[in-house]
Design a binder for this molecule. Structure first.
Ligand SMILES: Cc1cc2nc3c(=O)[nH]c(=O)nc-3n(C[C@H](O)[C@H](O)[C@H](O)COP(=O)(O)OP(=O)(O)OC[C@H]3O[C@@H](n4cnc5c(N)ncnc54)[C@H](O)[C@@H]3O)c2cc1C
Length: 478
């Protein structure tokens, strides 16, 4: 009987387990998770009720027996704890992320109970994978598993240093390296000044979490440009994009800007244009040369990220209230030095557009720069083990690992027949594969492929780019 180990029991790994159970009931599946809870991962596990989904409810649907929206409706307590839907339509609401985590967790528990032992959860950290007649997965505590195939669903890598230089501050307990670690923000006193490096969605989460904990001291967000994420706005519709013949990154961004202006002039929020761009983003990315991709990352990515990764209106309102009360300020500038003193940390920076340097005093510095993408700069043992054996390779732009329709490409350039990957790690081939709508498509395709292999014991080769085209079927509005 064929068997699969899924390493990582967050969103992608859990959804794959559920889809495999439906597609190949005879397959033996082991889900290995190092964290406390299945189905939640970083996004839906480390959050409080102020942390809202950054995608409306209807876009979080997973095609399971009970839909997310029906699951929400089935319980008054869940509805009551969905602040984003007060007075509005639940389908379009931004409900707490923890609810989505609870939904998937419940679905996983049901699937394990109903599987007759075919779906098993193993608690532990996978640290090594070795290929042989069977594949051996070694856990940190010495236990081993032997399976036919392995899927890496490890999620985002922990953040890396927020500056290009080292500093002794990074070894100090006043520095929070990863705000998603359990209890990472607990050491911050209610009156202590905090500097958050980064002003994107991670910063929004940290600021809202601290405010909820009763923090009253000053909160400063510092990023190169000092921009807050844009805000979701509902309503309106925009047709599928008719892309220009010149699809270079620069021309495409100009095209999107012009489309957005046209939409606004027609009374349609520009957000619909950004949504319409998302289903085609993966195939555009694949059509670019390595140089074009590098140009996009260097010059245009900040613009894309700002418009693509938006925050829920309720989060924006809460943040605006914090700014107008003086609790939070957002600055733009480049960090030049970090020094620890007895009273805290001095952060020296050059404000954006100014020559004179400035400084900030903080009791704590929180790294809000978001996940690390580069597998070459991670200390994760499982990744290091695979790199050592030449079983995977990093892409030249440092975005993750090379894959071909989820099959991991080895150091010699061959797609693996037994090692697969899902989610943010596969960014190099798709770019847009970090959120639920895209990962769901990816998971469903991989589940069908693995279910096919379970019976036929051989993999059907897939045309390259097939996955990117599948994203286009998602339609506008994700
Ligand atoms: C803060 C935050 C909020 C987000 N909000 C949204 C949102 O509202 N909507 C949306 O569509 N997307 C959102 N996203 C995007 C998010 O990336 C995806 O929705 C999704 O959660 C990614 O799933 P994943 O399985 O790849 O990662 P995760 O869900 O994080 O799962 C990875 C799992 O692997 C485990 N793991 C890692 N290494 C090992 C190992 N060696 N051995 C065993 N277990 C291991 C981890 O413990 C973790 O549970 C958000 C992301 C973040 C970071």
């Amino acid at each position: 009987m064929a068997s699969i180990a899924i390493l990582g029991g967050g969103f992608s790994g859990s959804l794959l387990a559920l889809k495999l159970r439906a597609a190949a009931p005879d397959l033996d599946i082991v889900l290995v998770e190092r964290g406390a809870e299945i189905g939640k991962g970083v996004a839906y596990g480390c959050c409080d009720s102020r942390h809202l989904l950054n995608v409306p409810v209807h876009r979080m649907e997973l095609g399971l027996d009970v839909s997310f929206i029906d699951w929400l409706r089935a319980d008054q307590a869940r509805l009551a704890s969905s602040p984003g839907q007060s007075g509005g339509v639940l389908e379009d609401a931004f409900v707490p992320r923890a609810l989505f985590g609870a939904y998937l967790h419940e679905k996983m528990n049901e699937a394990v109970s109903a599987s007759g032992g075919r779906l098993a959860i193993v608690r532990g950290e996978a640290v090594e994978v070795e290929a042989g007649r069977l594949v051996t997965v070694r856990l940190r505590d010495g236990r081993t598993l032997q399976v036919d195939r392995v899927v890496l669903a490890l999620g985002h890598l922990p953040p890396r240093l927020p500056t290009s230089f080292e500093s002794p501050v990074y070894a100090s307990p006043r520095y929070v390296a990863d705000p998603w670690e359990k209890g990472a923000l607990n050491g911050i006193g209610p009156d202590e000044p905090v500097v958050m490096i980064g002003s994107g969605l991670t910063m929004v989460d940290v600021a809202l979490h601290l405010a909820r904990q009763g923090h009253k001291g000053s909160l400063t967000a510092l990023s190169r440009r000092g921009h807050l994420p844009q805000v979701h706005r509902g309503g309106g519709a925009w047709p599928a994009l008719v892309l220009p013949a010149d699809r270079s990154p620069r021309n495409l961004i100009s095209f999107l800007r012009a489309e957005a202006a046209r939409a606004e002039a027609a009374g349609v929020p520009w957000q619909r244009v950004a949504d319409a761009a998302r289903p085609v983003a993966a195939s555009l990315w694949q059509g670019w040369t390595a140089i074009e991709r590098a140009l996009f990352l260097r010059h245009l990515r900040p613009w894309w990220d700002l418009h693509r990764h938006r925050m829920a209106p309720e989060a924006a309102e809460a943040l605006a209230a914090m700014e107008s009360s003086g609790h939070l300020r957002v600055l733009g500038g480049r960090i030049e030095a970090l020094e620890a003193g007895p009273a805290g940390i001095e952060l020296r920076y050059r404000p954006r557009g100014q020559k004179a340097p400035a400084s900030l005093q903080a009791a704590h510095i929180v790294n809000c720069t978001g996940p690390n993408m580069s597998i070459g700069r991670t200390g994760e043992p499982i990744i290091l083990s695979l790199i050592r054996q030449n079983l995977l390779k990093e892409d030249p732009l440092g975005l993750g690992l090379e894959t071909d329709d989820c099959a991991v490409i080895d150091g010699y350039g061959w797609p693996s027949k037994w090692l697969f990957a899902l989610g943010p790690l596969t960014r190099p081939s798709l770019w847009e594969v970090t959120a639920v709508p895209e990962i769901r498509v990816q998971v469903e395709r991989l589940a069908l492929r693995l279910a096919g292999t379970a019976q036929a014991a051989s993999l059907v080769p897939r045309p390259r780019h097939a996955l990117a085209s599948a994203f286009a079927d998602l339609g506008a509005g994700i």
